[in-house]
Ligand binder design. Structure first.
Ligand code: ZN
Length: 249
């Protein structure tokens, strides 16, 4: 697929999708993408003992605001499923689930990496999809600006798509509309999907910061402004503004 193409392919409109939805910028953009594309969309969220529950608190607000924003969104957005995966926090020793500083490990991966997290998330989402008669899973993974997490890679998720389809004996498609976009292009995609109103919703309601800071509103949104997630988000916002300014002149 071409990730920027927001128009659905033939036959896609009849499908129901499950979106992995955390309340962050990427998964909110993916949710809007799915709502434009599929006849029905449900969301799954995961409580895995995140250090900061602000992300989970943002989820419900974002869902409510999306419904208010757009009639098509309101019509298609269905149930939200919150899954308890706190056992993941007890078996992984990473800075997202424990009180420790963000740093790089010897293998080059940041210690924000929760081993196998996305594999588990998609597997759980597939079980929900099976029960809810959905045939598409959507996630905000991205190879362009990612931190090297091997479970965000396109090939990892393509092989998981095959494994899940075989294991459930039901064809499942994993869609990752942000896979080849940079953070500036992710803002641009949000603009294509819902104009300035959706961009503003994402800027002011979503949470990305690793440190859980949600009381300082920068021009790119809430966050500490220092952690890797905030720096990436701020840089993407700047690129988005520059591109838009360039497009107008
Ligand atoms: Zn931050």
């Amino acid at each position: 697929m071409t990730t920027n193409d927001i128009r659905p392919a033939a036959g896609t409109r009849d499908r129901k999708a499950i979106v992995l939805f955390s309340g962050g910028q990427d998964s909110t953009t993916c949710l809007a993408w799915a709502l434009r594309r599929y006849r029905a969309v449900e969301t799954v969220g995961f409580d895995y003992g995140q250090r900061h529950s602000v992300e989970l608190a943002c989820r419900m607000k974002v869902l409510a605001r999306l419904r208010e924003l757009d009639g098509e969104f309101a019509e298609r957005l269905g149930d939200d499923h919150m899954l308890d995966m706190r056992s993941l926090g007890t078996i992984s020793d990473c800075s997202l689930t424990r009180e420790k500083a963000i740093a790089f490990e010897k293998n080059g991966l940041p210690n924000t990496f929760v081993p196998a997290r996305n594999l588990l998330f998609f597997t759980y989402a597939a079980a929900v999809a099976y029960r809810r008669d959905a045939s598409v899973l959507v996630g905000g993974m991205c190879e362009t600006d990612f931190s090297g997490y091997p479970d965000c890679r396109d090939n990892t998720l393509k092989s998981l798509q095959v494994a899940l389809s075989l294991g459930l004996d039901a064809p499942l498609v994993i869609e990752t509309p942000l896979m080849w976009l940079d953070k500036g292009e992710t803002w641009e995609l949000a603009h294509e999907l819902g104009g300035d109103a959706l961009v503003e919703l994402i800027r002011t309601e979503t949470h990305t910061c690793y440190m859980g800071v949600h009381d300082v509103l920068h021009d790119w949104g809430y966050g500490c402004g220092e952690c890797p997630a905030c720096r990436l988000r701020a840089r993407g916002w700047q690129e988005y503004l520059e591109r838009r300014a360039g497009a107008k002149s």
